[in-house]
Design a protein around this ligand. Sequence first.
Ligand SMILES: [Ca+2]
Length: 333
Amino acid sequence: MVNRSLLKLGLCYIPVLLALSTNFWNNTLISAQQPGKSVTPTRVIIDADTANEIDDLYAIARGLIAPEFQMEGLTSAHFTRSTESNDSVQKSQKLNEQLLEAFGLSNRIQHPIGGDRAMKSPADPVDSPAARWIIERAHAGSSQNKLLVIALGACTNLASALRLDPTIESKVTFAFIDGDFKDGKWGPGIFNWKNDIAAVKVIFESNVEYIHMPARTVSVEMELQKVDVDRFLRGEGPGWELLIQRWDTFPRTANKPKKVMWDLALIEALLRPELATAVTVGAPIILSAEHVEQFPDNPRRIKVFKAIDADRMESDFWEAVRHQREADANDAR
Ligand SMILES: [Ca+2]
């Protein structure tokens, strides 16, 4: 029963507040520094390889209930390294559709399917409804009202959108999770990074405003406990039940008492910058999926989270769920 209060939140924020946003990062920092002050919700598309793991669903749900986000889309990503068509994106798409349906949001949040393969090279975009939707929503804004696109899987759709229409560059902020950053040095990623290294190169070598969450040494600290999942989500409606079901039935998490919620750490860091430590550094030179060259003086500057407060992020997640539950209860009265 999230939909009614989400609708209400959406209506509260309609264009009255347009003037404020300069870019996503400054806007969010302003909100962090001035608690309680109303800020423009950021226009957001979440792009997720939802079927690959279970953390995507928890991250997406956190985004869906965030009044700071005006959700403009939930797009699907593939999760193989293949540059040949494969059905992994369809699995993510199916789960995205189930999740939106369970939260009663299917008719309100666009959910176009993403590319069905990795880019063959940085010059070869994979065209898809998701990439086209990113382009369309980017042009609905401006450099003063950017679209934030958050990649929780391979960043094929983001990079392809940028390649298909380079004029979106000043109108979007991209965020992505995987490739590592430890003790001031970049390293290769574990999964998303390798699933489309050409797409990573496109973004790192562009001038798009970019925020990076390292997985191997940073978001790995973000965990949820199954006992909390059962305690706080059971009986709270089909959307939340789907999250429990996913934990219970996914082979790598079934019967596990806790789970690293990689992707949730990125959503939390974007929503609550005070819970993460970000630095602006030179982008590395990406030589291959396995090798990067350090380039601290690279004029291409990007923001990277070098640490997170995982305990407070976990608390924030449950607080947001509780707040949503109360909003739903008020709507039901
Ligand atoms: Ca993911």
